[in-house]
Design a protein around this ligand. Structure first.
Ligand SMILES: C[S@@+](CC[C@H](N)C(=O)[O-])C[C@H]1O[C@@H](n2cnc3c(N)ncnc32)[C@H](O)[C@@H]1O
Length: 391
């Protein structure tokens, strides 16, 4: 995926657009306003609908290298062995969003994230440290260990209230971190100050769709649960590649979603089983079903046609990138690790209404059931961990 203004040469105007509406790490921290894109009429995103690798387990770096090369440069030459995963099918499509519409939507997105608080009727795994540990702990710790091993200068994308950044700072790293929400950045900064980590953390407000990063600065760039909100994922990956030192690594843990069948099953089960959300409230949310079932292409379509019919009411960029995150990274960097996890049952862990004492035992059982689905190679996970480095 690449980004450009629609009235100029694609590549050059892409950079111009990015610069026109961006912050850089040299910009002052804590800018209240979100970024604007004043220099062009439209926000154009070219989306590549490639297949992503579907490894059965974490692939060996050489396999991933061969896949990255074959999908980037075309099929391997005669006589060489076939790539280990499905061949990429490149069919690019563009998403055009008028600048004024983009400004409106990104302001809505920032407002949403500034207001997010744990909702007792709709509890989430990441608001409960024990549940988080059961489902995400292994990969989260792997991400931290890999960032620590990479070197002292780390950039976090979409840092929220700074959980990961602060853990990395506590491990001795110098962290620069961006988020769209000024309020979240303020909370992250206040936490860092309370923990006396402000000397090694820099939190800034910035829009990852338009951010410009300094060249060859970071030993690692990390992103946790943030990139599926980014429309211009290709442009961001260009920036990440440019900002990594030659030996730097890009470490991502994110959401790639469930397929249509699993989503229908999840919606049906959620409607039927007792959850913290009462049945009456669930019924009143039935208009959101269309958005829940939409894949990233449908969401982008709905963005472009201005209907917004498949977009989240308050968070228009929710799940706007899923498979394309991995596609766009592997066009620019070499994947050295890629693994998916949490295919289905994780979805219910925080939501099913259970006596308190049973909560974590049931969660562990659901985690085991997810493991079985993965081991049987029935489905890929709804989340992935990846590590990538410069080619
Ligand atoms: C699901 S939260 C994850 C936050 C954090 N990484 C964590 O794990 O706690 C997604 C974050 O992405 C941020 N975000 C969404 N769109 C963004 C954008 N265009 N630019 C920068 N940050 C963005 C949100 O403000 C939010 O804090």
């Amino acid at each position: 995926m690449s980004v450009s203004a629609n009235d100029a040469d694609t590549r050059r105007s892409s950079r111009a657009l990015t610069r026109a509406g961006s912050t850089s790490v040299n910009s002052p921290p804590l800018t209240k306003a979100t970024q604007s894109i004043p220099a062009c009429r439209s926000f154009v995103v070219r989306v590549s609908r490639n297949e992503i690798p579907h490894p059965k387990t974490s692939a060996h770096p050489s396999q991933l290298a061969s896949f990255a090369t074959s999908s980037f440069l075309g099929p391997t030459s005669k006589g060489t062995s076939a790539p280990p995963f499905k061949e990429a099918v490149a069919t690019d499509a563009e998403v055009v969003v008028e600048n004024s519409q983009y400004q409106e939507l990104i302001a809505k997105e920032a407002k949403h994230w500034s207001a997010v608080r744990p909702d007792p009727q709709n509890p989430q795994i990441w608001h409960d440290p024990q549940l988080f540990e059961i489902f995400f702990g292994k990969h989260y710790r792997r991400l931290i260990e890999r960032a620590v091993a990479a070197g002292p200068a780390v950039l976090e994308l979409g840092c929220g209230e700074g959980n990961l950044s602060i853990e990395l700072a506590q491990r001795g790293l110098h962290v620069t971190a961006y988020d769209l929400s000024p309020e979240r950045i303020e909370r992250a900064q206040a936490r860092a100050q309370r923990l006396r980590l402000d000397h090694c953390t820099t939190f800034r407000v910035g829009d990852l769709n338009t951010l410009t990063l300094p060249a060859e600065t970071f030993d690692s760039v990390v992103a946790h649960d943030a990139l599926h909100h980014i429309l211009n994922i290709g442009g961001l990956c260009d920036e990440v590649r440019g900002s990594l030192k030659p030996t730097g690594v890009f470490l991502v843990m994110d959401f790639i979603g469930m397929g249509a069948i699993r989503k229908v099953l999840a919606a049906a089960l959620y409607a039927l089983v007792p959850t913290y959300q009462p049945y009456r409230a669930k019924w009143s949310l039935r208009h959101r079903l269309r958005g829940f079932l939409a894949d990233e292409n449908r969401r982008r379509q709905s963005l472009q046609d201005g209907s917004g019919s498949s977009l989240h009411d308050e968070s228009p960029f929710e799940e706007i990138s899923q498979r394309s995150i991995v596609n766009e990274i592997r066009k620019r960097l070499l994947l050295t690790a890629y693994e998916t996890f949490c295919p289905f049952w994780y979805y219910f862990a925080a939501r099913i209404r259970l006596p308190k004492g049973m909560r974590y035992s049931v969660a562990r059982l659901l985690h085991v059931m997810d493991g079985v689905l993965l081991r049987l190679h029935l489905v890929r996970g709804a989340y992935f961990f990846l590590e990538a480095r410069k080619l």
